[in-house]
Design a protein around this ligand. Structure first.
Ligand code: P6P
Length: 335
């Protein structure tokens, strides 16, 4: 049931009230991320114009430094997160090491009890083709007891996430998040600058008729995966085959479509890259929390993504994610 004109902030507060021990800090942190992403969406939507506005090299017509959009997204998020005062550390796809939040910002809050992982602008290479791209985030409670965060705070299993979400910059800007009580989607209404609830408790269909994978890598796949994909393309009315192939090449766009309509997204390991291409901490884990909350499944082909123990901030993992029965089918062929 669509609640008319429920803003993101109103919804987050209503959710917070359901948790007796909630302090409101996570609510504010989610609102701060949403605000940063509204700012990013303005730049992303202008990206095509930046060239037209006679901006040459690294300076725009106002003499301002023009950054690459993913650097811009990273800087915008880091600045917003530091000022929020709720974080002790920030990790980002754009930064080799995690960023301990400076003491001066930590005084704002009693404990700065969270850490966040970001993929600031996943798929940004697609921006010039006007293909949807996205910001992905993953929030944990800190483990360390005080002061700036530590690497240990940042290397936690995905099952420890307290919240996860993404913002997709496409024909409209949409934010999807979960705090462990279902998955909820909000569309940015640019006229009022508010994210409005459009989809409460999103559930992914148990089985789909769509698969997403880069078939250009077919020759590098294992025999089991080739057999599975060949079968998805074969005619088998009882199994609703052939499936439709849908692959945008932008993770958040492919994931979001599959979440709403059903589908199986695969980025497998192969002979050249045994752990695939996607990153565990700021791509696979947040999307895995979302898909499980929506009744779907996410594994690396054999192990649940959320149970993988991270050893490195940027470690990669094969990813099979989406409609539960389709992921289970794929796992049978991969064994
Ligand atoms: P390939 C975009 O560069 C990205 O990181 C993801 O958004 C996307 O799912 C994947 O890479 C596409 O990779 O190898 O199929 O081009």
């Amino acid at each position: 049931m669509l609640k008319k004109f429920t803003t993101l902030y109103r919804y987050i507060i209503d959710e917070e009230r359901k948790s007796p021990d909630a302090t409101g800090e996570l609510s504010d942190l989610l609102a701060d991320i949403a605000l940063a992403c509204k700012v990013i969406s303005l730049e992303v939507n202008r990206a095509g114009l930046i060239d037209l506005m006679g901006i040459t090299g690294n300076e725009n017509v106002h003499g301002e430094q023009v950054k690459k959009l993913d650097e811009y997204a990273h800087d915008t998020l880091v600045r917003a997160m530091e000022l929020s005062g709720y974080l002790c550390a920030i990790a980002s796809e754009e930064s080799e090491d995690f960023i301990p939040v400076k003491e001066k910002f930590m005084g704002l809050r009693p404990m700065s009890k969270y850490i966040v992982h970001f993929d600031p602008l996943d798929g940004s290479s697609n921006i010039d083709a006007n293909i949807s791209i996205g910001t992905i985030f993953s929030i944990y409670n800190r483990i360390s007891k005080g002061g700036p965060g530590t690497l240990e705070d940042c290397l936690q299993q995905g099952i420890k996430q307290v919240a996860a979400g993404y913002i997709i910059y496409g024909s409209s800007t949409i934010m999807v998040y979960t705090t462990g009580n279902g998955v909820h989607g909000f569309t940015l209404d640019p006229t009022v600058g508010e994210f409005l609830l459009f989809y409460e408790n999103i559930m992914i269909p148990k089985r789909s008729k769509t698969y997403s994978i880069n078939e250009g890598n077919y020759h590098k796949w294992t025999g089991g995966l080739r057999k599975y994909i060949d079968e998805l393309k074969s005619i088998d009315k009882d199994k609703g085959r052939p499936y439709a192939a849908r692959y945008v090449g932008s993770l958040v766009a492919d994931f979001h479509r599959n979440l709403l309509y059903g589908g199986l997204f695969m980025y497998p390991g192969d002979s050249k890259n045994p752990n695939g291409k996607l990153r565990l901490l700021y791509e696979a884990n947040p999307l895995a929390m979302i898909v499980e909350q929506a009744g779907g499944r996410a594994t690396n082909g054999s192990q649940r993504i959320l149970e993988i123990i991270p050893l490195d901030l940027h470690q990669k993992t094969p990813l099979f994610i989406g409609s539960e029965e389709d992921v289970l089918d794929a796992e049978k062929y991969l064994k």
